[in-house]
Design a protein around this ligand. Sequence first.
Ligand code: MN
Length: 196
Amino acid sequence: MFTLSPLPFSKEALEPHISGRTLEFHYGKHHQTYVDNLNKLITGIDLENESLENILLKTATNPNQKAIFNNAAQHYNHTFFWNSLRPAAAKMEPSAALLSLINKNFGDLEKLYAEFKAAALAQFGSGWAWLVLDNGELKIMKTANAEMPFGPNLKNLLTVDVWEHAYYLDYQNRRADFVDTVMRNLWNWDFAARNL
Ligand code: MN
């Protein structure tokens, strides 16, 4: 059985950028529902006692297990998203190691923000935008629905949820403003550095 981990901050800690009300729904309802559905779907089958990572690996390419993959993946993605965020009051900048990679792979931090925002906007419909380390190079990726970047030499560093439920209460249709605000004010660069 999987459980919803506590948020790494209070529900109001992201205000004014993401409201407590958004977290009530996004964490308390959407994320909880993915966990509940995953538990229901794996009860009584061979995946019941597997780790989340093993469930993802075993179901990713099996069309008959798409519902299990989707709910497991959304549990992984949302947990990763909460860990990608820091309280609004916490000031944080990329570590020296990250900054040197950013400068090497993007030019500077502003160019990373611009490229990430463009990827997030180019994701048609629901999905995720990601900062990843792929074979030692920083890259930006986008994924549809519940998919996440995955590969033998790939590490996810930070993400932003671009499903409408992530921003509609606070930003309505303005996905670009939401993504820009999250990157600049809420990204947890210490979490990214730990994933390097
Ligand atoms: Mn979401």
